[in-house]
Design a protein. Sequence first.
Length: 329
Amino acid sequence: MEQPDLLTQFDQAAELIAASRWPLLICHVAPDGDAIGSLLGLTWILRALGKNVTPASQDGVPKNLRFLPGSQTVVSQAAGQADLVIAIDSSDLERLGTVYDQALLNNVPLLNIDHHITNLMFGSLNVVAPTATSAAEVVYDLAQSQGWPIPPEAAQSLLTGLVTDTRGFRTSNVSARTLEIAQRLMEAGGSLHAVTEGVLEQRSFDTVCLWGHALAAARLQDGIAWTAIPLTMRVPCNGVEQSDSGLANFLVAADEVEVAVVLVERKEGPIDVGFRSAGRVDVAQLALGLGGGGHPRAAGCTLNMSLPEAKALVLRATREALAALPSQP
Ligand code: 5GP
Ligand code: MN
């Protein structure tokens, strides 16, 4: 179970929540299953406690997560009053996007609930558990520690976070306890099938088309596999937005690969970079060095430069990280 200081942080978080009537919950931009799952999971738990919760996500709810109860109540622009902000699954403040309005929320306490080892501890209270598989697991543990009921809608949402961030219980941090939590969430009304069938491997044919182009452009050199997706690559695929982290997971699974890198050009300008490691390189630290963050085997950053510049910078940093490894026996 949790370390004693985490239990103290749970109690402090519960005090902040008890004092709040209008909590505003915000997940990170370009949200994934854990961002939305933990956002809605905590939303339903706090609603059951009688709070007027506003769940917010700058980039809305991706189509394949709209089956989650309450997803239609997620706003992309915060309006109205809030007396507590809860950031979920976000390792830095910028990653909350424009929903977090600094000027408006300056005097409102900020509770930071996360599981990234690279979390910058930007909250007035930080509840960060890097050993947790998902932010959903942290929310579950918080609820358990306070004896808060988990309504069926919360169970489905939290199970979605747990299953997606572990890629279907396949990541190295999955333990017997992860499965136990999943069991409890299923007993509380969560459907495992709804997540494995509807979310994990589900993608549009346009995305399959884009994968085809991106994989054709992929290169491998000295254990680094990379591909870049310029805006023009999207044209023959009906302009589909690349938002599928499955591509980096697919590349890193190739035998010869130590680190996989996927660079994506966005319409608005910045370059999104996704890193995956086969295990030897700590890509959380690699991404942190480039202004991003993440987990030892899955991390990312956002770079404000051209695609060729980003590619050069990222590949140089990745080569350096590989060169710094102790040589294998
Ligand atoms: P993905 O490649 O699936 O988008 O992200 C993998 C991991 O890296 C996730 O834990 C995600 O939160 C983190 N990550 C991805 N992009 C960024 C970024 O721009 N900034 C930060 N801080 N973390 C990121
Ligand atoms: Mn997460």
